[in-house]
Unconditional design. Structure first.
Length: 277
């Protein structure tokens, strides 16, 4: 049995199987979690989810009298549904249940107040590349979380990408502002680069193909060069006095990309704090 397999829970209940929940489910099955160990509670299951459950022996919306506290309970519903769902979730928490919440804006204390039987709670902030197994998740834990439960968290969230443990839950909002919202920044950069190409005279469809391929390829180059910091990769493609240097002089000016990105992340951070409050 592999180390990862040893860390897998004997029983897991997933509450909410939308995009993120479904992405995690696919990752768990791929890593070897038995379908018979999984229960899914999803009020509006789509056809693909129902087919996946049927093919893998996963219990989908079983009767309430068939439910019991699992080893891991994962909350992946919309954050605003926590209050209305709490009553039905209470019987699913026991003294040995680890609750993993990916509810944006809901603090560990919020979950604990609504599920008082849950002592071990992990708050996680994944991002959308989890849908293709390339996400990254920031994680904070309550004091009651054991080493075994941390290992299970690593295994389950690691099925859709990297996992970063935080020293303090207070850093979750910053994680949200950087990696949680970050994919949208990259997509917008791609839009802006394509529009700049159009302004330079390129046909719109060609400009977009060039922009997309450049962002995709650059990201992959960075992934395959872990020993090189992004600054070094940038310098590697910047000839002194060349075209790239001319463009970077604009992007790196005092009113260029750095302060703009700081302001953008700061705005996301403020909003995350408002939503958590």
């Amino acid at each position: 049995m592999s180390v990862t397999a040893k860390a897998l829970p004997a029983s897991l209940t997933l509450v909410g199987a939308g995009r993120m929940g479904s992405a995690m489910l696919s990752g768990w099955l791929a890593m070897g979690l038995r379908g018979g160990a999984i229960t899914i509670l999803e009020p509006a299951p789509h056809a693909d989810l129902a087919a996946t459950c049927a093919a893998n022996g996963i219990a989908l919306n079983p009767p309430a009298d068939k439910l019991a506290p699992p080893e891991v309970l994962i909350l992946a519903v919309k954050p605003q549904m926590l209050d209305s769902a709490a009553g039905s979730l209470t019987p699913l928490t026991g003294p040995n249940t680890l609750v993993i919440s990916i509810l944006a804006g809901k603090r560990i204390a919020d979950v604990a107040a609504r599920l008082p039987a849950a002592g071990a709670i992990v708050r996680a902030m994944p991002n959308t590349p989890a849908a293709i197994g390339r996400g990254i998740t920031g994680v904070a834990a309550s004091e009651a979380v054991t080493a075994r439960q941390r290992a299970m968290t690593d295994a389950l969230l690691g099925a859709v990408g990297a996992v970063e443990w935080l020293d303090s839950e207070g850093l979750i909002d910053a994680v949200t502002a950087v990696s949680g919202s970050g994919p949208a920044y990259i997509f917008y950069l791609t839009e802006a680069l394509a529009k700049a190409g159009e302004a330079a005279g390129l046909p719109a469809d060609l400009a977009m193909r060039l922009a997309r391929a450049t962002v995709e390829g650059s990201g992959e180059l960075m992934r395959q060069s872990p020993e090189l910091p992004p600054a070094q990769l940038r310098e590697n493609v910047t000839s002194p006095g060349g075209t790239t240097a001319a463009a970077l002089a604009v992007l790196m000016a005092s009113d260029g990309l750095d302060p703009l990105m700081r302001d953008a992340v700061a705005a996301a951070l403020r909003r995350a704090g408002e939503l958590s409050g």
